[in-house]
Design a protein around this ligand. Structure first.
Ligand SMILES: [Zn+2]
Length: 342
């Protein structure tokens, strides 16, 4: 009789199931708790004749083991199901996670725009090393040793005698191009340059330049002017005026500073242009015959012009940025204002 009852309970345990916490609790009450059917089997032990007690006890323990194992199995099953349900708990009406959108750095955008303008009128791109030797950075460009112009371009030296330094201008790339190419040469060299300067709103020890060089037969100052007029109108707008002021650079003769009419006041005079109506954008001139000869180009046959501009300077004028340091501080509040340019 006990045998039969035990078998019935065993099959009930095997067939038992639970889908949630309530059903789990129902199982516990039915098969695990003191008052459960299994608990009753244990209570029954006192009514069993002594000689059968051992055998009965073994059977009841097996049932208890079976009930416990099944209980653990059901707990695992319900937990796994609830975990899965949680991960599926999507609310499609919630606002989407915000993913910040990046943008082009204003210097990169300015550099790209400058390249575009000159590429359309036949300039190719050239690059060179940022760590330069004395010849390419100074001597070939007519800066003899002890020349005072070297003082204005103090830089960071990596080695002395022979001097190896961080380049002070991208003119060194022009020397490399002239040494390795025969005219006609029409090239644009953008890149990072270095000077030993105190960092302020208007100066930095690292900045970017773009230089242009055109060497061919019969290249004259009129070509230089027309090229830069074209650039200024493309870069700053059709109404922009350009003027050239005589200046001195060791590597050009004659040399001129390039000014454009102030973008803010249109030439009337304001505090950006300090009342003059003009702002400076770079330097230019006809390549000094000595420089051509230093690079192996016949200065009797060929002439050329060169110009150089600071990319930061152009960006500051175009976007009315007042502090040069902002370009390298990586402050997203500054950078995200340029997301829409280019
Ligand atoms: Zn002005």
């Amino acid at each position: 009789m006990h045998q039969e009852k035990i078998e019935t309970i065993k099959s009930a345990i095997v067939l038992a199931d639970a889908q949630n916490q309530d059903e789990l609790e129902a199982y516990r009450l039915k098969f695990i708790s003191k008052k459960s059917v299994v608990g009753e089997l244990f209570a029954e032990i006192r009514n069993i004749p002594n000689e059968q007690k051992k055998e009965y006890g073994q059977l009841v323990n097996e049932v208890k083991q079976l009930a416990d194992n099944k209980f653990q199995e059901l707990i695992d099953k319900v937990n796994a199901a609830s975990k899965k349900a949680k991960s599926m708990d999507l609310d499609l009406t919630l606002p989407a996670t915000y993913i910040p959108v990046g943008g082009i750095h204003p210097l990169t955008a300015t550099r790209q725009r400058i390249i575009e303008i000159f590429e359309r009128i036949g300039f190719n791109l050239s690059e060179g090393p940022e760590i330069e030797d004395d010849w390419h950075n100074f001597t070939a460009l007519n800066f003899p040793e002890n020349h005072p112009a070297r003082e204005m371009q103090d830089t960071f030296f990596i080695e002395k005698n022979p001097d190896i330094a961080l380049r002070t201008h991208t003119s060194s790339v022009q020397v490399r191009v002239m040494e390795s190419h025969k005219p006609p040469i029409r090239t644009l060299s953008p890149g990072r340059v270095y000077r030993n300067e105190a960092i302020s709103a208007r100066a930095h020890c690292i900045f970017h330049q773009v230089e242009g060089l055109y060497v061919d037969e019969n290249v004259g100052f009129a070509d230089l002017k027309n090229t830069l007029y074209h650039f200024a109108k493309e870069m700053f707008g059709r109404e922009t005026k350009v003027r050239f002021r005589p200046s001195f650079f060791p590597f050009t003769e004659p040399s001129a500073e390039i000014d454009i009419s102030c973008l803010l006041c249109g030439g009337k005079g304001c505090n950006v242009c300090k009342g003059s109506g003009w702002v400076e954008i770079g330097g230019s001139g006809m390549v000094d015959p000595n420089v051509l000869e230093n690079c192996g180009i016949d200065s009797k046959k060929y002439t050329g012009f060169a110009f150089g501009m600071g990319i930061e300077r152009i960006a500051m004028l175009k976007y009315q940025i007042k502090d040069l340091r902002l370009f390298t501080e990586n402050d997203v509040r500054f950078l995200k204002q340029f997301r829409s340019i280019l």
